[in-house]
Design a protein around this ligand. Structure first.
Ligand code: DGY
Length: 319
């Protein structure tokens, strides 16, 4: 009997076809009613789950008796209960590497977009306001030659640092668990404690995974340490920042601005951030390019097939 795969998001038709060559594939569809109900009904039959952005732990998976693998179409895996999956012998895989450059591009878009107030001035222009010369109060700030502080110099952090150093002549500071001498040499980057980074950077870019150590890493105290002229960029996970503290800092002009791709609750349909001109807000699109989502889908399918065929998947997350 063929094994069954239940897909819960980010599944492309090509991906589904590839999986159907080997397995039964169930894809909940809005045409068939409530997606959660369909997902929950199919769960007891599933040997594999594939998708992204769904919280999966003991509460959600108690009926998934046949489950062997969860193949996440994402690099981050903070929404899965890794301890629980491992205890039950369920493999968890992710899709690292293939989204590094597109996420770094997005981080840089947020740096440039916030510095030059792109979204704000686009809306201003389209509203027909350009009847006179721009006032100094509407000017942005330079990026070239400034100091870029990277919190978390992993793959994506290094790709952001490379753009900053080589493309924009920026001074690179970074903080994290351990210094990375090889990158220090290549990028002229300097390892500093987080507080020193916050006090000196013109742009603070958050690129850390979400875990118990990084939850609310940036709160009121850390925002107070930043320069009033500095911009905070977050492409990691929303809960790395205390969003209420950030909103207060932006409302009071204690920092210049924020470029955000991620939020404490997602999706986010209403927020005080939306009425703040100094907040540039995007809907979690770090990896959302045609090429990257395709590469992520391929990698997730590859991991799924390896796991269900009894091989060690390339991107196994469990210890
Ligand atoms: C990831 O893959 O974790 C990125 O946040 C894109 O969703």
């Amino acid at each position: 009997m063929k094994k069954t795969i239940l897909a819960f998001s980010r599944i492309t038709p090509a991906m589904a076809d590839r999986l159907r060559e080997h397995y039964e594939v169930i894809i909940p569809s809005p045409a068939l009613g409530n997606l959660n109900t369909q997902f929950e009904k199919a769960l007891p039959e599933a040997h594999g789950l594939i998708g992204a952005g769904r919280k999966l732990g003991s509460k959600q998976l108690c009926t998934a008796e046949r489950l062997e693998v969860v193949s996440s179409v994402s690099v981050g895996y903070d929404n899965y209960d890794l301890g629980y999956l491992t205890e039950r012998g369920i493999m968890l895989t992710n899709t690292p590497d293939v989204l590094t450059e597109s996420t770094a591009d997005l981080a840089f878009s947020l740096i440039l977009g916030s510095a030059r107030r792109i979204a704000e001035l686009d809306a201003w222009t389209k509203a027909g306001n350009w009847t006179r010369t721009l006032e100094a109060a509407q000017f942005g700030c330079d990026v070239f030659g400034k100091t870029l502080g990277i919190v978390g110099l992993g793959n994506i952090g290094s790709a952001v640092a490379r753009r900053g150093r080589l493309g924009f002549g920026m001074n690179i500071l970074y903080s994290g668990n351990t210094p990375k001498p090889e990158l220090e040499h290549a990028l002229d980057a300097r390892f500093v404690p987080l507080d020193e980074l916050l006090a000196n950077a013109d742009f603070v870019c958050l690129v850390v995974p979400l875990n118990a150590n990084t939850r609310h890493l940036i709160g009121e105290r850390e925002l107070q340490l930043m320069k009033p002229s500095a911009i905070l960029v977050n492409v990691s996970r929303g809960p790395v920042v205390d969003e209420q503290a950030l909103i207060a800092a932006l409302e009071q002009g204690r920092i210049r601005g924020a470029g955000l791709d991620v939020y404490e609750r997602e999706p986010l349909s209403a927020s005080p951030l939306f009425s703040l001109p100094n907040a540039l807000t995007l809907p979690h699109i770090g990896s959302a390019t045609d090429e990257t989502r395709l590469a992520m889908a391929d990698r997730a399918v590859e991991n799924m097939i390896a796991a269900l065929e009894g091989h060690r998947p390339r991107d196994l997350v469990n210890p």
